[in-house]
Design a protein around this ligand. Structure first.
Ligand code: GLY
Length: 359
């Protein structure tokens, strides 16, 4: 993949201090910085002053003091990370609280939590008064490397994940690595799912690097891709490497399988499917398993999963513009969206995947 158009998409990483890096998402008047490092949450009052907000609504899934004083009167709302709270009902209830507080469209919403919290707060901000500024303070590795960056906000429907949402770019993202210190081990491994998939879309070789560097490079990759395709009409699809199966695994396990874990298994599967289609050589297929295992991520299908159920869910994937099966797959020109993949081949590849009891 070296020299592929994807690699050239990485945005520059600016060194602000010994433990402070900055990446910009360049989107014209909607451009914004992503600060990464220990203590960067304390930039919040500066960010709020730059926005010019006079009030802030803080939606926080961590202890309420995890968010520094924003420097303006603030409403602090406790939230819970997790797919169960990613509902339109929750968005409506947040917006009602904003109204009661007197939040205007020149004020700011601040989210602090994992990707589900930044998603819900981002959607509430996108809809409230047809759009109010939002700043994200992601606290999980998964949210720092992916979910909080790029402006996708969404909630789930019973039929599937992230089926209702909006593009709403934050005004700043503060990825404070101090938040990661208290992350449960399983949640940290979960974040590596997105870093593992980044290996195949332009950010290889991050295993074993310091976490701040892993975050900065993953964010630089994402920023570069989003700057070229904000609305997911082409290049941005590559960010969903491993996600078609990943999302289906989350859904059929009723979200017992975490997002990054699903993406990890989905990445192994994407390699195998690309191999079955003759798009990549066996050593590249094997690299998928090696990278995923190297991060300590799951790489087998959970026990008791019926491949037919996975296929049924994958047909509803947002990347599909028809009823066929669509995947982001590696190939001679790098990763790209491949529509209408033969269902029998998908089923055969799923059936041949290692299953947990045989792993
Ligand atoms: N997580 C995929 C994207 O932001 O496009």
């Amino acid at each position: 993949m070296t020299g592929s158009p994807v690699l050239q998409a990485l945005s520059p990483i600016e060194r602000i201090g010994p433990d402070h890096r900055r990446v910009r998402v360049e989107l014209g008047e909607h451009s914004y910085p992503i600060d990464i490092g220990s203590g960067v949450r304390h930039l919040l009052p500066e960010v709020v002053a730059r926005i010019g907000a006079r009030r802030a609504a803080i939606i926080c899934a961590r202890p309420l003091d995890a968010v520094p004083d924003p420097g303006v009167p603030a409403l602090r709302l406790a939230a819970r990370d997790g797919e169960a709270d990613k509902t339109l009902l929750n968005v409506e209830s947040l917006c009602s609280r904003f109204t009661d507080f007197g939040l205007t469209r020149s004020d700011v919403v601040i989210s602090c939590g994992g990707g589900t919290t930044t998603d819900v707060a981002g959607l509430a901000a996108a809809l409230y008064h047809r759009g109010v500024a939002v700043v994200h303070l992601p606290t999980s590795l998964l949210a720092q490397v992916d979910a909080s960056v790029g402006g996708k906000t969404a909630v789930n429907l019973p039929a599937g994940k992230n089926l209702v949402g909006a593009y709403w770019q934050p005004r700043a993202v503060l990825c404070d690595t101090d938040y990661l210190a208290t992350l449960p081990a399983a949640e940290r491994v979960n974040g590596y799912g997105e870093i593992a998939r980044a290996h195949f879309i332009g950010a290889p070789g991050l295993s074993g690097r310091p976490v701040a560097e892993q975050i900065a490079v993953s964010v630089a990759l994402k920023a570069g891709v989003v700057a070229r395709d904000e609305r997911d009409s082409g290049l941005r699809h590559i960010l969903n490497y491993g996600h078609t199966l990943g999302h289906a695994l989350e859904r059929v396990t009723n979200y017992a399988m975490r997002h990054g874990e699903g993406v990890a298994v989905g990445t192994v599967f994407a390699g195998r499917l690309a191999g079955a289609l003759g798009r990549i050589a066996p050593d590249r297929v094997a690299e998928h398993l090696a990278v995923v295992r190297g991060y300590g991520l799951p790489w087998a299908l959970p026990a008791g999963i019926d491949p037919h159920d996975l296929v049924a869910v994958m047909r509803l994937d947002k990347k599909s513009t028809n009823t066929g099966l669509t995947f982001v797959l590696d190939g001679p020109a790098g990763p790209e969206l491949v529509p209408d993949v033969d269902e029998e081949l998908v089923l055969a590849t799923l059936t041949a995947m290692p299953h947990e009891q045989t792993a």
